[in-house]
Ligand binder design. Structure first.
Ligand code: EAX
Length: 323
């Protein structure tokens, strides 16, 4: 009897060890947002597709700020303790100044223009330049066009922005942009619901999906469709980790992320009208056509700021402005 028990135990151990050694290598993927958000849609699609194509990897998504802010996730990607991440383009410019050209105000009018530029040579150049900061740029998914919300007053033209305390991303270009527009910009990591609720800040700016998913309509009465910046996500891997992967795995992972990003961009675009309708139904006062020209006039000299005089930024800016 004892012998049988020992034999069974041995068999169990052998089987168990075997199973665990064949379980996929874990890819730790970070996003700051919660399930249902734009970043998560891309992350979940990537997980589903990659695990479907190969049993070598399993993807664990760390979400809802469990790894800290987007800036903190980027630091962990640099170290290699987080393997992959989907991060809003804004906070990248602290690490790689060139990325601020992606968030250049009023650069894009339509999603078609976005696709031409980001999927074409300018976008690929930005992905390449991430390497010097320890990031392997894989693809662009998206947050969408950013719009302004606040709790104080309707914003019809840029003069209504004067003096509003607006939360901005931890991004150099975003802070400078809102300073030029006349606001009092306050950089903070995501999420910011409590700060809006407590009135530490008057407003914020984000795409419709974010305003809806994070229920910002509960604490922000006014929404103006300012479309001031197209907000991309850059889907990255840790360069340290990437360099240790076999070539065919790199190809698989990059192709899969491109596929997930394409899916997610379509998801965002297909749902925007629904998000807007939901926000109106939730009671937001929406100005769908504010005086955009007044905003453009205020930022027309933004290129003259020091943040655009950096050599690397000068090298890529013409590719983005020339279209
Ligand atoms: O994706 O920090 C921000 O404003 C981002 O857009 C946010 O992470 C939602």
């Amino acid at each position: 009897m004892k012998g049988i028990l020992q034999f069974t135990l041995c068999l169990f151990l052998i089987l168990f060890t075997n199973i665990s050694s064949h379980a996929g290598q874990e890819i730790k993927l970070g996003v700051v947002t919660k399930p249902g958000s734009a970043q998560n849609i891309c992350a979940e699609k990537f997980k589903e597709l990659l695990e479907g194509k190969s049993s070598k990897y399993t993807v664990t998504i760390y979400h809802s700020a469990s790894l800290g802010t987007e800036t903190e996730i980027l630091q962990q990607v640099q170290l290699g303790s987080v393997h992959m991440a989907i991060i809003t383009s804004g906070p990248f410019d602290v690490f790689v100044p060139e990325v601020r050209v992606v968030d250049y105000p009023f650069l894009f009018d339509s999603y078609d223009q976005v696709d031409v530029v980001l999927d074409g040579p300018p976008g690929q150049e930005i992905l390449k330049r991430l390497e010097k900061a320890g990031f392997k740029g894989l693809a662009f998914s998206e947050n969408g066009f950013r719009h302004l919300t606040n709790s104080k007053r309707p914003v019809h033209s840029v003069k209504d922005v004067e003096g509003l305390k607006i939360r901005v991303m931890e991004s150099v270009i975003h802070k400078e942009l809102w300073r030029l527009l006349g606001a009092n910009p306050t950089p903070m990591g995501w999420p910011i619901y409590t700060e809006l609720q407590q009135g530490t800040i008057d407003g914020q700016e984000n795409p419709l999906s974010v305003i809806w998913t994070y229920k910002l309509y509960e604490v922000q009465k006014y929404l103006s469709l300012t479309k001031h910046v197209y907000s991309s996500h850059i889907d990255i891997a840790s360069l340290k980790w990437w360099q240790g992967l076999p070539e065919e795995d790199r190809k698989l992972i990059q192709e899969t992320m491109i596929e997930a990003a394409r899916y997610q961009r379509k998801w965002n675009r297909d749902n925007e009208a629904i998000f807007l309708r939901n926000l109106k139904e939730a009671g937001m006062v929406v100005n769908e056509s504010p005086d955009i020209q007044s905003f453009k006039d205020k930022v027309k000299d933004i290129q003259k700021l020091n943040i655009f005089q950096v050599r690397e930024v000068q090298e890529v800016l013409p590719m983005f402005l020339k279209r």
